[in-house]
Ligand binder design. Sequence first.
Ligand code: SAM
Ligand code: SF4
Length: 468
Amino acid sequence: MNTKDRNKVFIDRDYLWSLIDRKAPNQNEINDILNKALKLKGLNLEEVATLLNVEDKQQIQQIMDVAHKVKEEIYGKRLVLFAPIYTGNVCCNNCTYCSFRKDNHLIKRKILSMEEIEAETSALLKQGHKRVLLICGENNKNGTEYMCEAIRRTYSVRENNGRDYIRRINVELAPMEVEDFRMLHQEKIGTYVCFQETYDSELYKRFHPAGTPKADYAYRLTVMDRAQEGGINDVGIGALFGLGDYRFEVLGLMQHAKHLEDCYGCGPHTVSIPRLEPAIGAPDAENVPMPVKDEDFKKLVAIIRIALPYTGMILSTRENATMRNELINYGISQISAGSKTNPGAYSEDEKGTGSQFELGDNREMEDVINSFIDEGYIPSFCTGCYRKGRVGEDFMDLAKPGLIKQYCLPNAIFTFEEYLKDFASEQTQIKGRQLIKDMLAEYDQKQLISKIEENLNNIDNGQRDIYF
Ligand code: SAM
Ligand code: SF4
């Protein structure tokens, strides 16, 4: 694809709709697709559409079983944890599903000062977080320069005599120009995240009123192309489930991923799958236009996992604990924990600002960690790939032959051991160390075991931030 074509709308709306509501596939068709999925080669658009049209419970279970195998094969039993920092809830848009929309007068507004951002960072560091997502409404007071400064200040915060600091910042910001991306790139962000909300251009108009910057469907759709041009090759896409037909949105995500792969040799680093949650003063969140049933939601997670096997999949605290614990088995690889969606909420002094939506999971970080340990998953705060430059195309080259396992599990174990030593209660430490022991007993890269044990000893003796 040449440069000119890159900025064209690449979602073929009519074609995607034509793939939906076809008759359910027969068992042989399903078996063929799932056998291909087991080879970890991903699926094409038509195969994804075929699986989305499956309604039979047993066949859906078959898809989920394959997703489980793919997830275990590529990611092993580990789960990356992060928390969002909302830097502001002032917004110039009027998205009908979001409490931050400008016409909503029911919430208190706030844009955090740099000192307040540092206070939020400190509060998260004290819980043991190492990875954060900076996020906010769209407003010229918190434009690119503000965000660049916010990134610098977040990275600069130190706790416990310099021992604890944020090791990776991802950002979720409204679409911007190439020049803005160049500035962001200078600040060493991890992933740039932006959700298309709905990939259906007609439906998009309904939720994003004319006259607001966000009303421009094509500008939002091509944001990752501008990010790439500005030097950011680590990008995360997503759709907001509940606005339109979930099958269309999954196909939109697939076409977006393919576009990025075709143009830049590398698909998205992550896919997010937020479901609409109730939100004060947001009519389409109070009355969800096309709610996605739990069963369909699980199915779509499984299908995305096998269709894009090497793409991280993110689940937020919008979902409740039961759903989160279940979905880690079928595809989710990154999860937020202990989140708050109102600016200033982690530090003591700012409880009254408006949050973006209601959370399904309000547990503290240690409770979330405990429940993952119970499920046999190592909570990871690893930032190794990003800091070793294994990102974008390089990350995919590494991930595709399965090398990801060699680095990721040990790195996850190192960061988990740090967490246990520095932040966990005695009971969590006992459970966590047993899990590490069990994992190492099963680990198939035996040549690395002595090096891993040496590093665990080093952590015990006070060394920090060790990674392969
Ligand atoms: N304001 C920027 C934008 O819209 O691109 C940054 C992200 S916005 C703060 C974060 C995301 O929250 C939106 O892209 C949307 O998908 C999601 N969101 C908005 N309202 C929501 C709701 N009621 N329930 C769940 N997610 C919601
Ligand atoms: Fe603003 Fe983003 Fe909320 Fe829309 S989704 S109102 S752009 S914060």
